[in-house]
Design a protein around this ligand. Sequence first.
Ligand code: XLS
Ligand code: NI
Ligand code: NI
Length: 437
Amino acid sequence: MSEYFSGIGKIQFGGPNSKNPLEFKHYNPDEVVGGKTMRDHLRFSVVYWHTFSNPLTDPFGAGTAVRPWDDGSNSVENAQRKARAAFEFFEKIQAPFYAFHDRDVAPEGATLKESHANLDAVVKIFKEEQQRTGVKLLWGTANLFSNRRYMHGAATSPNLDAFAYAGAQVKKALEVTHELGGLGYTFWGGREGYSTLLNTDMKREIDHLARFLHMAVDYKKQIGFNGPFYIEPKPKEPTKHQYDSDAAACLNFLRTYDLMPYFKLNLETNHATLAGHEMMHELQVAIDSGALGSIDANTGDPLLGWDTDQFPTSIYLTAQCMFCILNMGGFTTGGVNFDAKVRRESYEPIDLFHAHIGGMDAFARGLKIAHAIISDGRLSAFVKERYKSWDSELGRRVESGSASFADLESYILPKGDVTTNTSGRQEMLENLINEFI
Ligand code: XLS
Ligand code: NI
Ligand code: NI
């Protein structure tokens, strides 16, 4: 069997003092943090689209990536070779999971039938490689946005033919995900949104999206796929206004259309940024509704207003993410999926290792820091204390729904005014967090 990343072995844990750029400094898969190994906490996943199908183009220039296993052709053989290279990478970087879109892994044929066959030919290799390596599919998805047929959207297209094509494509992608033992399936609304309301019947489009997802639910039951569906919010790009704009909008949509039992959210950091939220906000919104499924780990550039999909390296960010995830009780089917790409200037195969090692180490540190903050207990004690007035008799009655405005009035009238506020101590708490960073 050919080796595609020759000269690079399995990435090992070298410890914090290691100066070897091809060693983990903090990610030690077997190390136990709070009763669980790092491997089981973090459930790292590599994305096929950025790491194996992205030539590193930008709007001003062609791709720069050098990928010796890729002959640049649209052939199935090329796609199969790429699959072997991908699994060699997953194994060497010690990622237990991967994720893909149907069109990342196999070339689109002249007809849908041909595309299905191309996909099957690569899935065959995936099956072999999953067996050989033990790497699992975190989630599958369908690309319903690149082809020109989806110029107006897919499930929200004004053209029924595009809607039908998308349905057939998702049907196949679900079958393949199921066949590969995928743990979940993601819907990111690629072009489900609008560029101008002048030509858009928004209500009708959103109703169609809900119908589409209900059909997916029906089909998932039919084939016996038990994994969760995920919706991945993003506010803009490619359309001006994406319907799944943020976690709250997605939850509102899911509740309106009775889809909550079947869906969780897959939250991406860069999308949170584009929505004008911190990732921690998005995570907490989802967690509070029992709907956090998985995360697309990346980061944006604060000076660039688009989805730059950079590898996460900020310890502050990863600590915040892991703080929320640990408080939730950890992932079940989801994981830390690196929806991130190397910069166009980082064109060599070895850069894929540097990028993932950095992201994995950043999350390992985030995990340890978050665990330490939680074990320390001062932060949660502060928050609990801040709400202590609600633990009174009246507070309990309000929370349980048995108090009225009249009760509030007779309680507060004798007091005359509110004289009991205490400091929020934001700066003190920020200092507390920095004790652990
Ligand atoms: C694009 C999205 C996409 C999804 C999968 O911005 O992040 O990559 O994760 O379709
Ligand atoms: Ni994503
Ligand atoms: Ni994205």
